[in-house]
Design a protein. Sequence first.
Length: 215
Amino acid sequence: MKTLIRSGLLLLITLGAGPAVLAAGDVAKGKALYNICAACHGANAEGTAALNAPANAGQDPWYMIRQLKNFRAGIRGADPDDTFGAQMRPMAMMLSSDQDIADVVAYITSLDLPEPPQTVDGDVELGKQAYETCIPCHGEFGQGAQALDAPRLSNQHDWYIVRQLENFKAGIRGGHQNDIYGAQMRIMSQMLESDERVRAVAAYIATLEYRSVGE
Ligand code: HEC
Ligand code: HEC
């Protein structure tokens, strides 16, 4: 398993994926576009629990670009039961060009790493066991792996992680026929059979310290 992760990381380093994506976005233009996002995600993209908006700072740019395109196209957030995705969809639709998306993501990527408070009451030991199945894709430290299309999970709000897992399980996220990456995660979410395991794994992820993808 370690070898798999390591070869994934080596691939990332070889491709130099991160900087190549960043080069495409204009941070100054992205800052202006981010004004609208700040209302929900916070001035530093640290996320706002009261508005159900996750942290975006610290997240991988390639993943945010994909989510924004998926929201815009209705591949994410269009399910009638996706209450919070429905709030985000019209915001993504305001980013009319792919260049706008690249710019706003470049700005978000320039912000400081958030450290969300732990709020989910879950069995961390049980969560650690449950997290073993997540490691091949999301990494030992929840650092994510672009080669496997799996985003960072560390430094994210635990209540948001719980909600996404519930949504994947219920097919509210990942159920659209064109959501090829969400479909993979939908299958994995079925392994967390009980609400207790969902809370446990989110509580464990909240204990993970930041590691960059290259570490
Ligand atoms: C009205 C409040 C609101 C505004 C304004 C808003 N968002 Fe969101 N955003 C949300 C909510 C709520 C979610 C979580 C949806 C869910 O639970 O699936 C979200 C999710 C996201 C995600 C997915 C995060 C992940 O980890 O998958 C990204 C990326 C994002 N927003 C970026 C933006 C950007 C960029 C803007 C500005 C153009 C913006 N948002 C404006 C409410 C908002
Ligand atoms: C086979 C690879 C794979 C495995 C194993 C896997 N995931 Fe995922 N996960 C993904 C992919 C791919 C996505 C991105 C889906 C998308 O683009 O919408 C994802 C997305 C997520 C998200 C949404 C993050 C966000 O910011 O919205 C959460 C939460 C998550 N996974 C948690 C887990 C947990 C917990 C486990 C273990 C029980 C797990 N994953 C196992 C591939 C995987």
